[in-house]
Design a protein around this ligand. Structure first.
Ligand code: ZN
Length: 53
């Protein structure tokens, strides 16, 4: 089975901070990156975009 690795861009919709991480799609169709929250404390108003590596 091939591991699907993604380059995941997470942008905070509150302060505009941008994070570029690596992750993989989980069974729920979400990108698992280990990202917890933004430096501003925001943890759910996020724009997430993934593209295959
Ligand atoms: Zn933020």
């Amino acid at each position: 089975m091939v591991e699907d690795r993604y380059r995941v861009v997470i942008r905070c919709l509150r302060c505009g901070e941008k994070y570029i991480l690596r992750g993989r799609l989980n069974e729920k169709g979400e990108y698992g990156t280990g990202f917890k929250k933004c430096i501003c404390g925001n943890d759910h108003h996020l724009y997430v975009e993934g593209s295959p590596e």
